[in-house]
Design a protein around this ligand. Structure first.
Ligand SMILES: Cc1ncc(COP(=O)(O)O)c(C=O)c1O
Length: 397
């Protein structure tokens, strides 16, 4: 955009982004390939090369790229009705809500659909504040919850906190990771919610201890605060159970999910207990695109594949195989659950990630620079896991 006005305050403080031509803002660090297509655990670049995808597009490709059932569901629904808002009921929205509730632990039984992980967390925090009439939130060091104002205020990192502060949002109180005494002390009767990822994704697949999550539950029970599990990254089977909550045996008041729900179409969900949802009146929550028929069709097909092909169990089995293989390579620090795994390295994970690119293998890094994060499709095969291990072996040699 060309302007001839004098610079605004913001323009005179911040140097402009380097625009080298394309209109797309260069705000993302990108991997060294241009995507053309994908199938299963493989991404195909514009030159036709196949890349083993142990990154899953930020852990989204739960049933892999372009699972035929998911593609067909999208095609069929798109041809029938592309979209209508929640002003008109649609059976797929209701069916998906029923399916999600059947897969989540009791007594979570009410679903609100939106479009992203941050939006699901934003709604969860909003609901907790509305019902409790309180504002403060307790979060956990290393937690990553999104880029909306309320979620930035709970996300660990100076830049995120600064953005929340600039918007006037009070920051959450952050307790050290897995510190039982700290969480028990931080949650008092002024606290609206405790927001925690049972397995922290961006921090490097750090899994909370069962004692820590049980303490969070006890603290919320004692004070009336709302326990929110952010399962945006670790949910929908990735942790080895449909919800990480279930695998820990700790049932929160709200679970939020997004990434793996539809294996690629944007959808977020907040699933809550009745003591929270019973308060809701018409118009209290809303989203134009939330629960649109095409993402709902994709999510139903995707969740049925996860169920039918026992992909949560596969995540456990292949995850264990990867952990054994990584130990055999001499890696000592290995964390995570199921197919959300962090490999602790003795050199910068970024270097190892870059070296793996030359083997056409995609992996992720983490906010901890020593952790290489892998979150492949839940139907990653043993052979694909061995290819990843072999790539790691060559790069670490
Ligand atoms: C645990 C967790 N919560 C929330 C989010 C935000 O999700 P979205 O990018 O869909 O808004 C992410 C995204 O990486 C995440 O990993």
């Amino acid at each position: 955009m060309l302007t001839n006005h004098p610079p605004t305050v913001a323009e005179s403080i911040a140097p402009p982004l380097p625009r080298t031509g394309p209109a797309l803002l260069p705000v993302y660090a990108t991997m060294p390939l241009r995507a053309a297509s994908g199938h299963g655990s493989w991404l195909v670049d514009e030159a036709g090369h196949e890349w083993l995808d142990a990154y899953g597009g930020h852990a989204v490709a739960a049933t892999g790229h372009c699972h035929p059932d998911v593609v067909k569901a999208i095609q069929d629904q798109a041809a029938r009705l592309l979209f209508y808002s929640t002003a008109v009921p649609h059976p797929l929205r209701e069916d998906l809500a029923e399916l999600l509730v059947s897969l989540c632990p009791r007594p979570l039984d009410g679903v609100f659909f939106c479009n992203s992980g941050a939006e699901a967390n934003e709604n969860a925090l909003g609901l907790a504040r509305r019902v409790t009439g309180r504002t403060p939130v307790v979060s956990v060091a290393g937690g990553w919850h999104g880029r909306t104002v309320a979620t930035l205020a709970c996300t660990d990192g100076a830049g995120y906190e600064a953005s929340a502060r600039r918007a006037g949002m009070p920051l959450s109180t952050r307790v050290p990771f897995n510190d039982v005494a700290a969480i028990l002390a931080a949650v008092d009767a002024s606290v609206a919610a405790v927001l925690v990822e049972p397995v922290q994704g961006v921090a490097g697949a750090r899994d909370c201890s069962p004692e820590f999550l049980a303490a969070a539950r006890a603290a919320c029970d004692r004070t009336g605060a709302v326990l929110i599990f952010d399962e945006i990254q670790c949910g929908a089977g990735r942790s080895g159970a449909f919800t990480a909550a279930e695998s820990y045996g700790v049932i929160p008041d709200i679970i939020t999910m997004a990434k793996g729900l539809a294996s690629g179409l944007p959808i977020g969900a907040m699933v809550a207990r009745p003591w929270l949802t019973d308060h809701l009146k018409l118009g209290d929550l809303g989203s134009t695109f939330g629960g649109g028929p095409v993402p709902c069709a994709a999510a139903i097909a995707n969740l049925r594949v996860i169920q039918r092909e026992h992909l949560a169990a596969n995540a456990t089995a292949i995850g264990a195989h990867l952990v054994r293989g990584a130990r055999a390579l001499g890696l000592r620090t290995i964390q995570g659950r199921g197919l959300l795994i962090g490999f602790g390295l003795e050199r910068a994970a970024k270097e190892v990630q870059t070296a793996l690119f030359s083997h056409r293998i995609l992996t992720g890094t983490a906010s901890d620079p020593s952790i290489l994060r892998v979150m492949p499709p839940l139907n990653f095969s043993r052979e694909e896991a061995d290819l990843l291990l072999d790539g790691l072996r060559q790069v670490l040699a």
